[in-house]
Design a protein around this ligand. Structure first.
Ligand code: NDP
Length: 316
C-alpha cells in the first residue's frame, strides 16, 4: 500500500487560518503583531523568501516591514539596526534572512536580536528555553514538522525517532522537540556509521541533510513516518530520469523550467513508508506558517496578552 501523503499545503492553511483568527482577537484589544524582516543585499532567492514572508503577514493581518540595508553594510551597522528594532514596541518579531554576505559576522548579528523578538528561534536564550522546556520561540521548520505529526495524529511518545542532520536550525531543535514529546531520539550526521541500519530503527525518520534523494528505501522501516526537510534543485537530466521517469507532471515541468525540486529522500521511499511528506508541498509549506505563528506568540509573550487555551502551535 502506498504511503499516506502528509499534505503540507493543508496543514499550513489550517495554521494560517488559526493565526488569522488570533490576530483578529488581538485586534479587539488594540494589539497588532508586527514583524520586521531584514534582507541585506540582493540575493535573489533570499528576496523571494522575504517577499513571501511579508505577503503572508499581509494575508493574516500582521503588520510587517522589510528593511533592506545595502550589501556593503558592516556587522556593526546591522547590529545597530537590530537594536533600533529591538527598541520599537510595535515590532514583535525580527528575522534576519540568511545567508548574510560573507564579510558580516552572522553569529554576532543573530545574538543582537532580542530573545523576545527572535521569531526564528536561533538566539541561544531560546535554544536554552527549548532544551529546558520553558516558554520561548522555536525554530520554524522543526516546529512545522511537529505540527505535521500532531495534525496527522502520528504517535510520538515512546516511538523511536531518527533525525539525520544536526544543524542548529533544523536537526538539533528537531531532535530536542521530539525528545520533549517523549520519543526516543537518535541524531545522525556525516560521521554516523552504517546510517541505513540506524535509520531503519526509526518509527519516525526526519531527513535534514541537503543531499538530493540520499535516503533510499533501504533506510526505511516498513510503515515508518518520513518527514523530508530537504529542498534540493535538480537540473541534471540523468538525475531527473533516475527519480522521476514516467511522472508526467514533473516531466512537463522539467522540460519547461529546466529544474525540479527533490527532497533528501528518494521519492520511492513512499513504497515502504506508512506516511511521508512530499517535496515540494510538504515540510517547506509549514515554515512560513510557523513564522506567522511565532510572531503572534512573540507579541503575546512580550506584551503580556493572555495565552488562549488551545495554542495554534505546540512546542512538543
Ligand atoms: P546543513 O548543511 O546545515 O546540515 C546538514 C546536516 O546533514 C549536517 O549535520 C551534516 O552532518 C548532515 N549530513 C550531510 N551529509 C550527510 C551524510 N552523507 N550522511 C549523514 N549526514 C549528513 O543543512 P540544514 O540543516 O540547514 O538543511 C538541511 C536541508 O533542509 C537542506 O536541503 C535545506 O535546503 C533544507 N531546509 C529546508 C527548510 C524548509 O523550510 N523546508 C528550511 C531549512 C532547511 P555534519 O554535521 O557531520 O556535517
Amino acid at each position: 500500500m502506498p504511503a499516506t501523503v502528509l499534505d503540507g499545503n493543508l496543514f499550513a492553511s489550517q495554521i494560517k487560518a488559526e493565526v488569522a483568527a488570533e490576530v483578529q482577537q488581538l485586534a479587539a484589544s488594540g494589539l497588532r503583531p508586527g514583524l520586521a524582516a531584514i534582507l541585506v543585499g540582493h540575493n535573489p532567492a533570499s528576496q523571494t523568501y522575504v517577499r513571501s514572508k511579508v505577503r503572508a503577514c499581509e494575508q493574516l493581518g500582521i503588520y510587517s516591514e522589510m528593511v533592506t540595508p545595502p550589501e556593503t553594510s558592516t556587522t556593526a551597522e546591522i547590529v545597530a539596526l537590530i537594536e533600533q528594532l529591538n527598541a520599537r514596541d510595535e515590532i514583535d518579531g525580527i528575522l534576519v534572512q540568511l545567508p548574510l554576505p560573507a564579510h558580516i559576522d552572522a553569529k554576532r548579528v543573530l545574538l543582537a536580536v532580542s530573545p523576545q523578538k527572535d521569531v526564528d528561534g536561533f538566539h541561544p536564550a531560546n535554544v536554552g528555553n527549548l532544551c529546558t522546556q520553558r516558554p520561548g520561540l522555536v525554530p520554524c521548520t522543526p516546529a512545522g514538522c511537529m505540527e505535521i505529526l500532531r495534525r496527522a495524529n502520528i504517535a510520538i511518545e515512546g516511538q523511536e525517532a531518527v533525525v539525520v542532520g544536526r544543524s542548529d536550525i533544523v536537526g538539533k531543535p528537531m531532535a530536542m522537540l521530539l525528545t520533549n514529546a517523549n520519543a526516543t531520539v537518535t541524531i545522525c550526521h556525516s560521521k554516523t556509521k552504517d546510517l541505513p541500519s540506524v535509520c531503519r530503527r526509526g518509527d519516525i525518520l526526519v531527513a535534514a541533510i541537503g543531499r538530493p534523494g540520499f535516503i533510499t528505501t533501504e533506510f526505511i522501516k516498513p510503515g515508518a513516518t518520513i518527514l523530508d526537510v530537504g529542498i534540493n534543485y535538480i537540473t541534471n537530466s540523468v538525475l531527473f530520469e533516475r527519480y522521476f521517469k514516467g511522472d508526467e507532471k514533473r516531466e512537463k515541468q522539467f522540460a519547461e523550467k529546466k529544474y525540479t525540486i527533490i527532497g533528501d529522500c528518494d521519492p520511492r521511499v513512499a513504497r515502504i513508508a506508512g506516511a511521508c511528506t512530499p517535496v515540494p508541498g510538504g515540510v517547506g509549506k509549514l515554515t512560513i506558517a510557523m513564522l506567522m505563528s511565532n510572531t503572534v506568540k512573540a507579541a503575546k509573550l512580550r506584551r503580556g496578552a493572555k495565552q488562549p487555551q488551545t495554542e495554534p502551535a505546540v512546542q512538543g
